[in-house]
Write a protein that binds this ligand. Structure first.
Ligand code: CP
Length: 296
């Protein structure tokens, strides 16, 4: 594995390998010492969980972490991002973790040649992909269910603008899960083959094992959305959440929109923080694999 750009580029075996390695890190039976590895985060969009869990993961495998601050960088003097990264590779950075609003930028950047070898990790690209979130969600689900084949998952809300939904649907398909999307028409997006679409919460939740709420991506929505109407019909509450359903949300949560405040008091909601915790082990595994592939 040279880069981690999207879920399409990973085989089932590679996904299982990431799971296995992450699990060994979590159990403390794998230790890594990448003292020659230099990792840089380049976030052009806001983040709490992804950036900080990559920083924690880098520290735990004994590599060095650097934070590129776009707003005070020479990108603001007009430097092209390719030239910026080429200079970073010359300085000695080995892995670049990129989050950007452009759906295709990371694919273009990772196909180019650099002064030194540099691996790219996609930490979120526009509305297209967020592969490390999908991998940590897979890790969280596999810890709970072992075998995901035939399990029914219902994604709820803003499927149209969610890169988490995009990456997760691709991953769930690889593992033969039954995938449902519950969304009003304005959030359903382009219909994906193999996914069942619902606009009624009660029908969608019938027989579902897992419910994954999605954040309404306000920053990507141009048109007016009637949030009050969304809350009335699609908000997950103590009353409508099936007792046994495994509840997930990638975060950040818009409290009182996707989930009611009371839902956080339920046992079901504990998974949301477990997802954040698991992100550290999964990101350790990914960094460990990429740095090892570079002999670092
Ligand atoms: N889930 C996720 O990507 O969270 P952040 O935007 O805080 O990184």
């Amino acid at each position: 594995m040279k880069h981690l750009i999207n879920i399409d580029s990973l085989t089932k075996e590679e996904i299982n390998q990431i799971y296995q390695r992450a699990s060994e890190f979590e159990k403390g039976i794998r230790k890594s010492n990448h003292t020659n590895g230099n990792v840089i985060s380049m976030f052009f969009e806001n983040s709490t969980r992804t950036r900080l869990s990559f920083e924690m993961a880098t520290n735990k495998i004994n590599a060095k972490f650097y934070d590129f601050k776009a707003e005070v960088s020479s990108i603001n003097k007009g430097e092209d991002i390719y030239d910026t990264i080429n200079n970073l590779s010359a300085i000695g950075l080995n892995v670049a973790i990129l989050r950007h609003s452009d759906n295709n930028l990371i694919k273009e950047l990772s196909s180019k040649t650099y002064y030194n070898d540099i691996s790219f990790i996609n930490a979120g690209s526009g509305t297209d992909s967020h592969p490390t979130q999908a991998l940590l969600d897979f890790y969280t689900l596999k810890k709970q269910f072992c075998d995901l084949k035939g399990k029914t998952i219902t994604l709820v809300g803003d499927v149209a603008h969610s890169r988490v939904a995009g990456s997760n649907i691709k991953l769930f398909k690889k593992f033969d899960m039954e995938i449902r999307c519950l969304a009003p028409e304005y959030f359903a997006g382009e219909k994906i083959e193999g996914v069942e679409y619902f606009d009624n919460l009660t029908t969608a939740f019938e027989g579902t094992d897992i419910i994954m709420a999605l954040r309404i991506q306000k920053e990507r929505i141009q048109e007016h959305i009637d949030i009050g109407n969304y809350i009335k019909n699609y908000q997950i509450t103590k009353e409508n959440l099936p007792y046994a359903a495994f509840l997930m949300h990638p975060g950040p949560v818009n409290r009182g929109v996707e989930l009611s405040n009371e839902v956080f008091e339920l046992q079901n909601a504990k998974t949301i923080l477990n997802q954040a915790r698991n992100g550290v082990f999964v990101r350790m595994a990914i960094l460990d694999m990429l740095l090892s592939a570079q002999g670092l």
